[in-house]
Design a protein around this ligand. Structure first.
Ligand SMILES: [Zn+2]
Length: 317
């Protein structure tokens, strides 16, 4: 790791990490964007303190706003994201680029306990979800090693109410209702209390046992659980970003039995979803305004200076 690295990529206040909803486009997101009036100004591969970063695409939207796109959560082909510090590299780039609004999309399974055909309110394949909260099963959330955000807990703490910026969820809800030639079966807003069991870059679906646990947990707390990819909401908050997250439910949790004859996974990912999700993301990046009526900034709480002084001082060289 080298803390001497200077960021040499493009800067913008808005960015997207794309994600599984647009996977089916492969490396052709920019072609679809062009048909909607978005110009790709450049493609960069910035160095980061943790090694060579992911690809950073720089766009100008038809309304004139510039934004960044890092494909698929910052993952690099054939590299284990954890082993190669993918999330650190990605967030270091977004932080240095001055990003304040970050759009992330996910797909995957529903572990809603209400599974009979009569359960109209259930979170089912084909639905669009704006989760209210999330569960985390990964290691303790950290900052950005080698920077002043490496371990900032004594100086500031992220309160994780509203991990997904509520006003931006409303923007996404409006956008999802407006997509041309496509209708989500149902749109579940934050008031539905859906919980995202956050998982990034696993090589498999959740096991049947995990899904049953999530199903039972959801029933117990009265909050249906979905599983899917999303970057760390804590890291986004620590880096001062509003996180806009949307999720398209592709299947029931195990991924083994879609149970819905109208939806076949690869057809959904390859044919239906990419153009719909790309249109939604591009419209958001062009039109969303930076929210002022949310608590994303306020929920990163400063702490008394005594807390930092209660730790051992930095080593002197
Ligand atoms: Zn916000």
């Amino acid at each position: 790791m080298s803390s001497m690295v200077e960021y040499a990529g493009p800067r913008a206040a808005f960015a997207t990490l794309g994600g599984s909803p647009t996977w089916g486009l492969g490396d052709r997101f920019h072609e679809l964007a062009a048909t909607r009036g978005h110009t790709r100004l450049g493609v960069h591969r910035p160095a980061t303190p943790y090694g060579l970063g992911p690809q950073v695409e720089h766009y100008r939207a038809p309304g004139g706003r510039e934004f960044l796109r890092i494909p698929t959560y910052g993952q690099v082909v054939d590299e284990d994201p954890v082993l190669h510090a993918s999330e650190w590299k990605t967030f270091w780039i977004l932080w240095k680029a001055g990003v304040r609004v970050l759009l992330v999309g996910g797909t995957s399974g529903s572990c809603d306990w209400r599974r009979t055909a009569a359960d109209e309110d259930a979170v089912r394949p084909g639905d669009f979800v704006l989760p209210q909260s999330y569960l985390t099963r990964d290691t303790m959330p950290t900052g950005l090693p080698g920077t002043e955000l490496e371990f900032c807990l004594p100086r500031q703490v992220a309160i994780m109410d509203d991990p997904f910026c509520p006003p931006l969820a409303e923007t996404l809800r409006a956008g999802a209702g407006r997509v041309a030639d496509f209708k989500f079966r149902r749109i579940h807003g934050p008031e539905a209390g859906v919980v995202l069991n956050r998982w990034l870059a696993g090589n498999g679906f959740e096991s049947l046992a995990t899904c049953r646990v999530l199903e039972a947990t959801g029933r117990q707390i009265g909050m249906p659980v979905i599983t899917g990819d999303c970057v760390s909401p804590v890291l986004a908050r620590v880096c001062g970003m509003h996180l806009a997250y949307y999720h398209v439910v592709a299947n029931w949790g195990t991924g083994l039995a879609p149970e819905d004859p109208t939806i076949v996974l690869n057809r959904l990912y390859m044919e239906t979803l990419p153009a719909v999700a790309a249109a939604l993301e591009l419209a958001f990046l062009d039109e969303a305004s930076e929210p002022t009526a949310c608590r994303c900034r306020e929920l990163l709480r400063s702490r008394p200076p005594e807390y930092a002084r209660a730790l051992s001082p930095r080593a002197t060289k």
